[in-house]
Design a protein around this ligand. Structure first.
Ligand SMILES: [Zn+2]
Length: 269
């Protein structure tokens, strides 16, 4: 309602055929129009020559100009205004440049848009009470307590070394796998391979590897080395220090006891 009253007041102030903004824009364009020569050889198309010898073609029927400003903005460019004035000077039949502006900018269009009436309404305090029994409840949202969980990254471990049989495509290698690894496809993308720098430490003997039904290597804990209780703000979590088999380097990690009991119950008997 406020906005409509405001717009109506602004509309009453405007007196030209165009809206205030469009009138402003067109007046600025008119100021820049001096210095443009118009050449006409008949028909709806005119050639306009600017002060720097630039030539553009204005079509007054299609309402286009080579500079494309007229088509893009809907307001005639300086070239079009120059043509309009030239036509008037040469007593050709033409209306004011304002009539060449797209109807969107006409004051009459704007007034039509706001011609409807809006009934005044009371404030919220005077609204009638509704007998509708519906009660709306806010959605249940639970924010997790404590710091956001971090993803722990384990140090990658590798099997091998294996001999490269051939290069497959640009980024894969076919390896010579021992018979124990039968069932595993021998071609690997480079992202799964590392150059072996002959560090015996990082190599896991094949005999220690267990493969599950899905041909994935199984991680095996070796022993529980220690315990501690991790205190969060509202609860305590029992942690165990686990030594992993086949881990070389950092082979000891802290894990939640409950989680370890579930996965490797035999360690806790
Ligand atoms: Zn132009």
């Amino acid at each position: 309602m406020k906005r409509i009253v405001k717009v109506t007041k602004v509309m009453d102030k405007a007196d030209g055929p165009l809206t205030l903004t469009a009138t402003d824009k067109l007046n600025k364009i008119k100021e820049k129009t001096s210095g443009y020569d118009v050449l006409w050889g008949g028909g709806p198309r005119f050639e306009v020559v600017g002060p720097w010898e630039e030539h553009v073609v204005v079509d007054v029927v299609q309402r286009t100009c080579t500079c494309r400003r007229w088509e893009l903005s809907g307001i005639p460019c300086k070239h079009a205004v120059a043509v309009n004035w030239n036509m008037a000077l040469n007593a050709q039949q033409v209306d004011l440049p304002e009539t060449w502006v797209h109807p969107t900018y006409w004051l009459t269009t704007w007034k039509d848009m706001y011609s409807f009436k809006v009934e005044p309404i009371n404030g919220r305090a005077y609204w009638p009470k509704s007998g509708c029994p519906t009660t709306l409840v806010a959605p249940n949202h639970h924010k997790q307590i404590g710091r956001p969980k971090k993803k722990k990254e384990r140090i990658p471990r590798f099997l091998g070394p294996f001999t490269i049989l051939e290069k497959v495509g640009l980024q894969a290698y076919r390896l010579e796998l021992p018979p124990e690894m039968d069932g595993i496809h021998p071609t690997f993308h480079v992202c799964y391979l590392r150059k072996c720098l002959d560090e015996e430490e990082s190599v896991i003997p094949l005999s220690e590897i267990q493969v599950d039904t899905g041909n994935r290597c199984v991680e095996e804990p070796e022993a529980i080395l220690g315990r501690k209780t991790k205190k969060l703000r509202h609860k305590e979590v029992a942690m165990v220090k686990v030594q992993w088999k086949h881990h070389r380097g950092a082979n000891v990690t802290w894990e939640a006891e409950e989680d370890m009991k579930r996965r490797y119950s035999r360690l806790f008997t």
